[in-house]
Write a protein that binds this ligand. Structure first.
Ligand code: SAM
Length: 342
C-alpha cells in the first residue's frame, strides 16, 4: 500500500533531463514579460542548463517522476477535494491566489481577438476564468468542461455564463473532435491531472490548425518548507517542464509568461498556485505526433478506500499551508516599506 500511496505517477525512464536549479533569470519578474525559454536556452546555454532527451515516438504515458507523493494529483482525490472546496472556492481560495487582474494578465497571451472564436475552458470549475474569456468571446461559443459537477453547479449560477455549454468530462480524454476549437484554455487544473503530458496532448488534438493553447498553472517553490507542502499536496511543475510537455505534444511558438498576486512583489520562492501562463500554437491539423499508452486513472473506477482516504486527508492537510502563504505575503507587503524586497 505504501507504494501505491506514494506513486502518483510512475517514472518510466523515457525522458532524462538535466535541468537547472532555476532558469537563470536575474530576478523575479511578473511584469507582463513573455519568456520564450527555448530561445533563452539558445542564447545562454550555460545558465539555463542542458536538456538531454530521448523521446520515443510512441511512449507509455506518465512522463513525470514520482519522486514526491502529491496526494491530490489523482482524479478521485481531486473529485472529492472539489466536492468540499467548491463550497468556498470563489470566496476564499480565489482572492488569495487568483485575482481578476492576474486572470486578465494570464489570458492576454491567448489572443482572444474574435468574438466568434470556438473556445474550450478545460477544468473550468466555477467559471472564474470563463468570466475573463467571455469578455472577448461570445458565451455561446465557449464550452466549460470539468470533472466536478459541484464546481460546474457554481458556474451554472453565473449570469454571464448562461449561454456557455457546460459539460462534465476529463481533461485527459476530451469529448471534442480533433481540430475543433480555436482556443484551448485551462487555468489551475493541470496540478490535479495524474498525467499532465496526456492533457497537453489532448489540448493539441482538439485545436484547429493555427489554434492556440493557453495553460495557466502553478510553479514549483524553492523554499524548503513550501516545497515540502507543495510536494505532499499536488503537482507544482517547473517552468521548463511546461515547455517540454508543450514541445513533446507538437506545439510551436511556445511562450511562458510569469504571473502572480501583486502583493507578492514578484516573490516566487513559495511557489505559486497560478504562477505562469504557457501558450503554444498548433502547426498542423490532425492529432498530436506524440503517441501515448492507455490512461492510468479513471474517476469512475473503484479505488482502494484506505489508500484513497489517507491520500485525501494528507493532501488536504498540506493544502491548508497554501491558504496561509498568501495571507503571510499580504501581511509582509503591508509591513515592509514599498520598494524594499520582502
Ligand atoms: C483550481 S480549480 C480551477 C477552476 C477554474 N479554471 C478557475 O480558474 O478558477 C481546478 C479545477 O480542475 C478540475 N479538475 C481536476 N482534475 C480534472 C480532470 N482530470 N479533468 C477535468 N477537470 C479537472 C477540478 O474539478 C477543479 O474544478
Amino acid at each position: 500500500m505504501a507504494s501505491s500511496l506514494l506513486n502518483g505517477a510512475e517514472y518510466l525512464g523515457l525522458m532524462r533531463s538535466v535541468s537547472p536549479k532555476g532558469l537563470g533569470f536575474a530576478r523575479s519578474d511578473f511584469g507582463g514579460k513573455n519568456l520564450n525559454l527555448r530561445r533563452l536556452a539558445l542564447v545562454s546555454p550555460a545558465r539555463v542548463g542542458v536538456v538531454k532527451r530521448a523521446v520515443p515516438k510512441c511512449s507509455v504515458s506518465a512522463s513525470r517522476p514520482a519522486s514526491q507523493p502529491r496526494f491530490i494529483q489523482h482524479k478521485k482525490e481531486a473529485f472529492w477535494f472539489y466536492r468540499f472546496l467548491s463550497i468556498v472556492y470563489d470566496h476564499i481560495i480565489n482572492p488569495g491566489h487568483w485575482t481578476e487582474d492576474m486572470r486578465d494578465d494570464a489570458l492576454e497571451p491567448a489572443d482572444l481577438n474574435d468574438r466568434n472564436m470556438v473556445v474550450v475552458d478545460v477544468g473550468g470549475g466555477t467559471g472564474f476564468t470563463t468570466l475573463g474569456i467571455v469578455k472577448h468571446v461570445d458565451a455561446k461559443n465557449v464550452t466549460i468542461l470539468d470533472q466536478s459537477p459541484h464546481q460546474l453547479a457554481k458556474a451554472r449560477q453565473k449570469e454571464p455564463l448562461k449561454e456557455c455549454k457546460i459539460i462534465e468530462g476529463d481533461a485527459e480524454d476530451l469529448p471534442f473532435k480533433t481540430d475543433y476549437a480555436d482556443r484551448y484554455i485551462s487555468a489551475g487544473s493541470i496540478e490535479y491531472w495524474p498525467d499532465p503530458q496526456r492533457g497537453i496532448r489532448e489540448a493539441y488534438r482538439v485545436l484547429k490548425l493555427g489554434g492556440k493553447a493557453c495553460l495557466i498553472g502553478p510553479v514549483y517553490p524553492t523554499f524548503w518548507l513550501s516545497r515540502f507542502f507543495a510536494d505532499v499536496w499536488m503537482l507544482f511543475p517547473k517552468e521548463e517542464e511546461y515547455i517540454e510537455w508543450f514541445e513533446k505534444a507538437g506545439f510551436k511558438d511556445i511562450q511562458l509568461k510569469r504571473i502572480g498576486p501583486k502583493w507578492y512583489r514578484g516573490v516566487r520562492r513559495h511557489g505559486l498556485i497560478m504562477g505562469c501562463s504557457v501558450t503554444g500554437v498548433k502547426p498542423a491539423s490532425g492529432d498530436s505526433p506524440l503517441q501515448l499508452g492507455p490512461k492510468a486513472e479513471d474517476v469512475s473506477k473503484p479505488a482502494n478506500p484506505l489508500v484513497f482516504l489517507l491520500r485525501f486527508l494528507l493532501g488536504a492537510m498540506a493544502a491548508t499551508y497554501y491558504v496561509l502563504v498568501p495571507i503571510y505575503m499580504w501581511l509582509k507587503d503591508l509591513i515592509v516599506p514599498k520598494g524594499r524586497p520582502i
